[in-house]
Design a binder for this molecule. Structure first.
Ligand code: DC
Length: 222
C-alpha cells in the first residue's frame, strides 16, 4: 500500500508527505534524506569526485532511515542533511546510476513492509510504478525559494543564503534532476498534478487526503 509524492525541490513535498502519513496512519519515507546521507558520507570521506571509489563504497554502506533520522554506518547524519554543501552534493551523487540502484533497492524493500507515503523525484515512476495513489507537486520557482528560506531559517542554518541564491540553486538542481539519464524528475502518467503555489500546507494536505482516501477505497484498502 504505497502513496507516492514526487516533484521539484521546494514544492512542499516533505511537510505534506509527513502530515498526510500521520492522517492516514502510514509510515513516511523521505528518499531525499537518503541521497543527502550518501552525499554527506561522500563529503566526509573525500569521495565526491571519485566516482569509482564511491561506487565500491556502496557495497559496505549500512543505511537506516526511521522517520526523520538517518544513520549511515552507525553515524547519525541527520543534523547535517540540510547543510548547503550537502544539498549541492546530494544532487551530484543522485546522478550516479550506481547510487540510484543502491538506494532504489533499499526503498523498494522499505515499501514492502506495509503502508507508506514516500516522497522524492522518481517514486511514482521508477521505484513504485504500481503504487495505488500518486501525486506530483509543483509550485512556481519564486515561491519554492521563499519556502526553502523559511525552512532553513526555522532549522537554524547559518549563514542563510539570500533569496536570489536559493532561486538560482533550485533552478540548477531542477535542471540536473530533470536531465539525468536515470531516475529523472518527471510526473508519472497516472499521477495527480497539484500546483501548490497559491495553497497553504493545510489546503494541500486536505486535497491529497481526500484523493488518497478515494483511491485507497477503490483498491479495497482497509
Ligand atoms: O528532496 P531533497 O531536496 O531532499 O533531495 C535531495 C537530492 O536528492 C535532490 O537533488 C534530488 C535527489 N533525489 C533524487 O534524485 N531522487 C529521489 N527519490 C529523492 C531525491
Amino acid at each position: 500500500m504505497v502513496i507516492t509524492i514526487d516533484g521539484p525541490a521546494g514544492a512542499g513535498k516533505s511537510t505534506v508527505a509527513r502530515l498526510l502519513a500521520v492522517r492516514l496512519g502510514f509510515e513516511y519515507l523521505d528518499t531525499g534524506a537518503m541521497y543527502r546521507a550518501v552525499a554527506w558520507l561522500a563529503l566526509r570521506e573525500g569521495l565526491l569526485d571519485d566516482v569509482d571509489s564511491l561506487c565500491r563504497r556502496l557495497d559496505k554502506i549500512q543505511l537506516h532511515i526511521a522517520g526523520a533520522t538517518v544513520t549511515i554506518d552507525g553515524l547519525d547524519a541527520t543534523p547535517f542533511l540540510r547543510d548547503p554543501e550537502v544539498t549541492r552534493a546530494s544532487t551530484r551523487v543522485a546522478a550516479h546510476p550506481a547510487v540510484r540502484v543502491f538506494l532504489v533497492r533499499l526503498q523498494k524493500k522499505l515499501g514492502e513492509s506495509g503502508r507508506i507515503v514516500t516522497e522524492g523525484r522518481d517514486q511514482g515512476t521508477d521505484v513504485f510504478p504500481q503504487a495505488c495513489c500518486k501525486f506530483y507537486l509543483t509550485a512556481e520557482p519564486g515561491e519554492r525559494a521563499r519556502r526553502r528560506l523559511a525552512e532553513l531559517t526555522a532549522s537554524g542554518v547559518s549563514p542563510l543564503p539570500t533569496l536570489a541564491e536559493l532561486e538560482a540553486s533550485i533552478a540548477d538542481r531542477d535542471n540536473r534532476d530533470a536531465t539525468r539519464p536515470t531516475g529523472a524528475l518527471r510526473a508519472a502518467l497516472d499521477a495527480k498534478l497539484v500546483d501548490t503555489t497559491a495553497l497553504s500546507t493545510d489546503q494541500v494536505v486536505e486535497l491529497l487526503e481526500r484523493e488518497a482516501r478515494i483511491r485507497l477505497a477503490a483498491v479495497g484498502a482497509p
